[in-house]
Design a binder for this molecule. Structure first.
Ligand code: FES
Length: 549
């Protein structure tokens, strides 16, 4: 019985009247519209406007919209600050808050509007928990900036720090680049974490293909948002709830998309977390296997080439990627898409721009294999993630330089204490140890800028920005805070990384490791109160997605 007709819900009706609802509106299906707008970042800056257009679409299709919003944390603004500890934690808080609103208000259907990195997996996780007919609206990428005759993104900004350090840029160049790198609203402008996860939402079937590709500030975006409102009502009519859409086959397709588009290492964490929320079995090694056999077919920064998300949209978008992957038999077709189309329909609808150079074929890809690899070995018995960047396999054997925090390592790079051949180990930055598993872009960017990107390896129980590249290995599990072997490494120990063999070994005799283990004491954490402490007490291993439930 609707609120309008239930005699005992008169008090509830009084609040709906207070918001201007009519009884007719109370009788219609109520569609929750969760926006992750905050005024703290360009990434989600358009969400309020999009929510208004989604609401229009809902109304036009016979529903009543009810808007609410969540927090969101900017990775770029918090990078290299203690605030970065809040980033991954925000994924859980956003998922929890959407879930709570869904449970509280019992929406008939839901639209989640997501953009910046953590908001996309968070929205999907919440939908999996609530399991009402749902649509994801990815708000879209920022346009690339233009500087000295070339397209630039936030990646250029971080790498410019290293170039300044070696004298290739001066401070005025850096400041000038900062004024041009990010020209307006939208998510970071290439295949970094946000766009990677936007693609995941498409391939999971929860977001309509073709909508997320539209840049945040493009004219077509608002009309697409209105269409999403209508699709939510259609999804309600077809009972297209996440348990019917987000299946094992859809999850497989999402992993293939991450591999084929050279996606971010963070996708590993988020895919594992989404799988757990959806009750689907997924082991970290399966993601590595898909990456090993799937080439990168988009020439996007940072792993596939030099193109930006805008270039992909103009070339034909993710629908064109679907066409190529279907032609090669790499996708599972027995999936339900939220807008009622099939993958074959999406492929047929793709508008390939003649002469485009952004989406290649599987037979002649940009890189022969996906951007990620999963390694295991004595340094990471439960696994870790290598960003291979689609390049050839490599073997790196070198002496460890060990840091107990990201900041100590940053200083060492600034002071030229890192040299070619080194294996940098940054620990106590894991999900529980950080707490919050900070991203290390302030290390990887300057390393690349100094020309050390392919001669120095970086190993950490923290994680990386989607912008990061070079020989970077994160998510080492078990993490140092829980006494994993990474806690036992000492300066000068030999670390051997073999990407072809999928191994990462600490070349220290077992008896010596036993001695170190016996002497090891868990260090005090810098933060021991509030939400980070709550998080640290419940968060699981990175190899299980660092989830808190
Ligand atoms: Fe928000 Fe990159 S910091 S998308």
């Amino acid at each position: 019985m609707s609120i309008a007709d239930d005699p005992d819900r008169a008090p509830a009706r009084s609040h709906l009247y207070a918001m201007g609802w009519s009884e007719e509106e109370m009788r219609r299906p109520v569609v929750g519209i969760a926006s992750t707008w905050t005024g703290t970042m360009p990434c989600n800056l358009t969400h309020r406007e999009l929510a208004a257009h989604v609401a229009e679409g809902v109304r036009a299709a016979g529903g009543t919209p009810m808007e609410f919003n969540t927090i969101a944390v900017s990775d770029n603004l918090t990078m290299h600050t203690p605030g970065m500890r809040a980033s991954l934690v925000s994924r859980e808080v956003i998922a929890d808050s959407i879930e709570l609103m869904g449970r509280a208000h019992e929406f008939d259907a839901l639209v989640v509007i997501v953009g910046c990195d953590k908001t996309v997996p968070a929205g999907i996780m919440a939908l999996a928990r609530l399991d009402v007919p749902s649509v994801v609206l990815y708000s879209g990428s920022m346009m690339p900036g233009r500087w000295r005759g070339r397209d630039v993104t936030i990646q250029d900004m971080w790498e410019a720090l290293g170039e300044r350090a070696v004298g290739r840029l001066d401070q005025s160049d850096l400041d000038d680049l900062a004024r041009h790198a990010c020209p307006g609203a939208g998510t970071c402008a290439a295949q970094y974490t946000a766009n990677t996860m936007g693609g995941v939402a498409d391939f999971l079937g929860l977001a309509p293909f073709g909508v997320g590709d539209i840049p945040a500030v493009a004219e077509d975006k608002n009309a697409a948002a209105r269409r999403v409102g209508e699709i939510a009502m259609q999804a309600l009519a077809r009972d297209a709830r996440p348990s019917r859409v987000l299946t094992a086959d859809a999850l497989h397709n999402a992993i293939v998309s991450v591999a084929a588009m050279g996606g971010s290492t963070n996708a590993v964490l988020h895919l594992l977390a989404i799988a757990r929320e959806a009750g689907l079995p997924l082991e970290i090694d399966e993601i590595g296997e898909v990456c090993r056999r799937t080439p990168i077919i988009t020439g996007l920064k940072p792993s596939g080439g030099e193109h930006t998300a805008l270039d992909l949209w103009r070339a034909g978008g993710t629908s064109l990627v679907v066409r190529r992957l279907l032609e090669a038999g790499l996708l599972r077709e027995n999936v339900t898409l939220v807008d009622g189309r099939t993958l074959a329909d999406v492929a047929a609808d793709a508008q390939e721009r003649p002469g485009q150079q952004v989406v290649a074929s599987v037979e002649q890809p940009f890189k022969p294999r996906g951007a990620l690899a999963i390694l295991r070995g004595s340094l990471a018995p439960d696994g870790c993630v290598l960003k291979l960047g689609g390049k050839d396999d490599f073997r790196h054997e070198g002496p460890a330089k060990v840091f107990d925090s990201e900041n100590d390592c940053y200083l060492a790079i600034e002071q030229d204490r890192i040299v070619a051949g080194d294996v940098i180990v940054v620990r106590y930055e894991g999900p529980a140890g950080g707490p919050g598993m900070r991203e290390m872009l302030s290390i990887t960017g300057p390393l690349v800028g100094r020309g050390l990107g392919s001669s120095v390896a970086l190993v950490t129980d923290g994680r990386f920005s989607g912008v990061s590249h070079g020989r970077v290995i994160g998510h080492v599990a078990p993490e140092a805070y829980h006494g994993g072997p990474i806690a036992l490494v000492r300066d000068g120990d030999t670390v051997i990384i073999d990407s072809a063999a999928g191994t990462i070994e600490l070349a220290v005799p077992e008896e010596e490791l036993e001695r170190r283990r016996a002497a090891w004491r868990r260090p005090e954490r810098e933060v021991e109160r509030g939400v980070l402490t709550k998080y640290a007490a419940t968060v699981g291993s990175a190899s299980d997605g660092a989830v808190t439930a």
